[in-house]
Each structure stands twice: as C-alpha cells, then as structure tokens.
Design a protein around this ligand. Structure first.
Ligand SMILES: Cc1cc2nc3c(=O)[nH]c(=O)nc-3n(C[C@H](O)[C@H](O)[C@H](O)COP(=O)(O)OP(=O)(O)OC[C@H]3O[C@@H](n4cnc5c(N)ncnc54)[C@H](O)[C@@H]3O)c2cc1C
Length: 316
C-alpha cells in the first residue's frame, strides 16, 4: 500500500478555494463516528478547485471519494489510502429561482433545505424531516421516505464529471430508483428543485407524520441510518422491511465489540464506543448471512462502504 502523505505532490496549494491536509482524521466526518484516517482530504470551495482536484486524481489514478455529510457512509478500513473530497460553504448557496423552483448547492444541509423552501412559500420536501445529510448526498442516494425521494423533485442538476467537464442535466438525463441515482457517477454541484405552494398546516401535519415514524430510530447514538435496503421477497414479489427481517432473526442487540444492532430499529447499527470499519463490516456480513440463511432473502446494502471486501463505491 502506498501512503500518500505528500500533499504538494498532487495539488497546487496556492488556491484559497482549496484546502488540502494529509493524514486527515475522519472520525468527526461520519455520523457513525468511526475511527478512520484519509491519506489526503481536499476541501474544495469553487468549481475551479474541484476541477483541479478531479483532474489531478484522475491523472494519478488515486482512489477518490466524495463525502457529503457522512450520514450514510462507512469507511471499511481505518486508513483510506486516497483522497476524500468535501465541498465548502460556497457550494451551500440557495435562491428562489422562479415562482415554484428553488436552486440550491450540493453542500446545503437537508434541514436547511426544508426551512428555506418554507421561507420561499414552497413545500413538498417534508418527507425529508429528520433525514440528516446534504443535498448532494441525498441526490446521490435518492434519499427519502414513504415512497418519495429527492430525485422526484429535480428540474435541472449541474454536475462535474471526473475529467472536470461540467454538465447541466434535465430530469430526463439521469435515472434513479429506490435509494440510488445515476448522478452518483458525477460530482453533484447544484440543483433546481420544483416544489408546490406552501400550505402551512399541511406541511406541519406531514412533518409530524414523518417524525412520528422515526421514534424508534436511534437518533442520539452514532449510526449511519439504514444499513440495508428493504428487499423484495422472491416468493411474493413484495417489498419487506429489512428491519423486521433482522428482528425476526433475533439479531437486535447483537454486537461485535462496540458495533451493535440497534435495540430500537434493527436495520440500524450503532457505535457504542470506538468501533472500527472492520467491526462494522464483520457485523454487517454476519447479519446479512444469517438473514439469508434463515429466510432465503438476500439484502442489499443501502449504506455506502468505502473500500473493503463488501462493496467498493470509490469514484476514481
Ligand atoms: C439517524 C439517521 C436517519 C436517517 N434516515 C434516513 C431516511 O429516512 N431516509 C433516507 O433515505 N436516508 C436516511 N438516512 C441516511 C442519510 O441521511 C441519507 O442517505 C443522506 O442523503 C446522506 O447524505 P450525506 O450528505 O450525509 O451523504 P454521504 O453519507 O456523505 O454520502 C452518501 C453517498 O453520496 C455520495 N455523495 C455525497 N455528496 C455527493 C455529491 N456532491 N456528488 C456526488 N455524490 C455525492 C457519496 O459519495 C456517497 O456515495 C439516515 C441517516 C441517519 C444517520
């Protein structure tokens, strides 16, 4: 393994919109609060800085990962020998674009997005109540609840490809499904979302409904949200709750060191201490294998695992 500790070898450091650090501690960059270090962390605060980083990592063939709020991401190992890119404040801009559309940056936090829509007299995103993370991460994962996802609301999205080219995509230029979108192949920079006029009572009622559905989720303990997507039962063709399958297999509270299947919601794994990526991966594999063995149903990962044997979602 090559340890890429030399920051200046990859990037031009004389750009105020580009902050580079090596051996960067990631423990506070994921909601799972797992111990992990990235060889290089690049915080980009302009499309030009982003382009410079993407071109450099492409040329050098360095593994690269775009990190949003880290609310659905696990690092498989304690050392990521590559570049983790995060987007700075300039990517969190927001504006009312037209009567029914808002234009927001990828680094905007989801609770701020919902609040901003209401301030503009618009609604429709209440299904994202209590869903943490950024707009970019939510578009990449088509985050949502109750059958709705953020991608349903896209009018236009601006992305950067790995070669630094910027594309403006209409809603028919990309595909999405339950917890996945093809936008993930790019770096999402900005999006225009089409909403509907705000009805305050309806918005509050919807937000309360979604809040009520989440009372069993462990919000105050480090986690990464749902680990598995709800699978389809091959016998019935119907979607089944991954949490219920795990619970039915008596796996609630099951743990490997400090990584534990949540007592509240069995599709959450929580970090009760200082768990490593290896502990989470071991527990995730075990849960998946036991459920498959007992029910015949294969569960697919919802959480993004960077590196490691389970799933590679590294960009470059
Ligand atoms: C307590 C809790 C509850 C949750 N409840 C829900 C829920 O109800 N519904 C739901 O859908 N999710 C839920 N989640 C998961 C999480 O909130 C969402 O998946 C959210 O969209 C992740 O956003 P993020 O910015 O943190 O993404 P990250 O975890 O940082 O990244 C996720 C993926 O998006 C990619 N990505 C991030 N930013 C960009 C970008 N700008 N361009 C391209 N790709 C990008 C990453 O590379 C990665 O593949 C929950 C999580 C927690 C911790």
């Amino acid at each position: 393994m090559i340890r890429r500790t030399s920051k200046s070898s990859l990037f031009d450091l004389h750009d105020p919109a580009l902050k580079i650090s090596s051996n960067h501690d990631l423990s506070n960059k994921t909601s799972m609060k797992m111990s992990a270090v990235a060889a290089i962390h690049a915080e980009v605060d302009s499309p030009f800085a982003l382009k410079k980083v993407l071109r450099a990592v492409k040329q050098e063939e360095v593994p690269t990962f775009i990190l949003g709020g880290g609310k659905n991401t696990l690092f498989a190992t304690s050392y990521f020998d590559g570049v983790v890119i995060t987007m700075g404040r300039n990517f969190a801009a927001r504006e009312l674009h037209s009567e029914n559309t808002i234009r927001v940056g990828a680094a905007l936090q989801l609770p701020t997005l919902i609040k901003f829509a209401h301030e503009c007299g618009l609604m429709g995103l209440e299904f994202l109540t209590m869903v943490p993370g950024t707009v970019g991460g939510a578009l990449a994962c088509n985050a949502g609840a109750g059958g709705e996802g953020l991608c349903d609301f896209v009018e236009r999205v601006w992305v950067m490809a790995r070669d630094g080219m910027i594309y403006s995509c209409g809603k028919d230029d990309f595909t999405y499904e339950y917890r996945h979108s093809s936008l993930r192949d790019f770096v999402i920079m900005e999006v225009e979302l089409k909403l509907r006029p705000l009805n305050v009572q309806e918005a509050e009622r919807k937000a309360d409904e979604f809040r009520a559905k989440k009372t069993n989720q462990p919000y105050h303990i480090p986690s990464s949200g749902c680990i598995f997507k709800n699978p389809t039962d091959p016998k019935t063709g119907l979607s089944v709750s991954a949490g219920k399958l795990i619970d039915d297999c008596d796996l609630k509270n099951y743990s490997i060191r400090s990584a534990q299947v949540s007592q509240g919601h069995a599709n959450f794994i929580v970090n009760n201490g200082n768990s490593s990526g290896e502990d989470f991966l071991a527990l995730i594999s075990l849960v998946r294998d036991i459920v498959q063995h007992r029910t015949g149903i294969e569960m697919e990962l919802e959480v993004q695992i960077v590196g490691g044997p389970l799933n590679g979602v590294v960009l470059a």
